[in-house]
Design a protein around this ligand. Structure first.
Ligand code: ZN
Ligand code: ZN
Length: 330
């Protein structure tokens, strides 16, 4: 079933003609529970990963830091708690068992799993299905993976991007390694198929000229629809368009760590597609009845949660999209 965003309650380009030249298109992904295959775009689904290519592992965490005061959780327990079928897990390695035991006792867990945590598949996006996915030359597939631990700089998962040409892959890796233990169960996506939908959006308030932003604030006084929540950037998983609004801290200029060039928004990872303050973004096909029937949150089908209600914005280098991505919790 397609997902359709209702028309915005107000067309801001008519109210403020200077906004008309600032629109961008974005593709809302609308992830919903399902059983995606390697040939489909997905969140938390299997990847079209070449059999001959080593599975990536995180080399940048899992040291003795205070964040592990939160107990670690075996991946299979997270899946079982969500009603997902899991294979019988292999035995934990000795150092994993020890780390789990110590974390459950609230102890500092010491050096642990250095360089050995396999990444988790987060999203797979075929350009043919996602109109706002701008791929580097000769590629048509983006695979997003992350390490399911909080990391030092931003208390977010470490993200890796892999750009590929799908037709190059002859043999698919069938049984990729998985992390036995997870540092934050909010980073384990539930398998979802996507229902991409292209919509038009206006810049977030923090990207507007100051006087225009001020005028909009005055205009929305007493109105139900608010620019930030209803009229500019949609919440939820999306590709392209404007970046998510910076919420709990001021916008900061970000740069590519490899070449120093500026970066542009690639993708937003969000916990929900609408909420009480942004209900107008709820697709017409998803109503209260859908929520009740599925007995699961449709608002957050992936069960990903970044920093308890924030957005993880993934940015790409403006000079070369194959450079390592930059992320920010916003
Ligand atoms: Zn890591
Ligand atoms: Zn760069």
């Amino acid at each position: 079933m397609a997902r359709t965003t209702p028309p915005r309650p107000v067309n801001m380009a008519e109210v403020f003609p200077e906004l008309a030249g600032m629109t961008r298109t974005t593709t809302r992904l609308h992830p919903r529970r399902g059983a995606p295959t390697v040939e489909q775009s997905s969140v938390g689904g299997p990847l079209l990963w070449p059999a001959e290519e080593p599975w990536p592992r995180c080399h940048d965490c899992h040291q003795d830091r205070y964040r592990f005061s939160v107990p670690l959780t075996p991946l299979h327990e997270i899946r079982a708690a969500r009603g997902l079928a899991t294979d019988e897990p292999g035995p934990l390695r000795a150092e994993e068992s020890e780390a789990l035991r110590r974390s459950r006792q609230g102890l500092r867990i010491g050096e642990f799993l250095p360089n050995q945590v396999p990444l988790l598949p987060v999203a797979q996006l075929y350009a043919a299905e996602i109109p706002d996915l701008a791929c580097p030359p000769d590629t048509d597939l983006l695979q997003v993976l992350w390490c399911p631990f909080d990391h030092e700089d931003d208390y977010t998962p470490n993200v890796w991007l892999y750009w590929r040409r799908a037709s190059d892959i002859e043999q698919v890796l069938l049984d990729p390694p998985e992390p036995a233990l997870v540092g934050n169960d909010d980073y384990v996506p539930r398998p979802c198929v996507l229902h991409p939908e292209r919509v038009t959006e206006f810049p977030p308030s923090d990207q507007l000229p100051e006087d225009l932003s001020e005028q909009i604030l005055q205009w929305e006084a007493g109105k139900v629809a608010k620019y930030q929540y209803d009229l500019s950037v949609p919440p939820g998983w999306k590709v392209g368009g404007w970046n998510a609004t910076w919420t709990f801290r001021d916008p900061e200029p970000l740069h590519c760590e490899e070449c120093g060039a500026g970066v542009g928004p690639l993708m937003a990872v969000d916990d929900r597609e609408w909420d009480g303050g942004s209900r107008s973004w709820r697709p017409v096909e998803d109503n209260e009845k859908t929520d009740r029937e599925s007995r699961q949150s449709v608002q957050n089908s992936t069960q990903i949660d970044i920093g308890r209600g924030y957005t993880l914005q993934i940015y790409c280098c403006s000079r070369d999209r194959t450079h390592p991505c930059v992320t920010a919790m916003q």
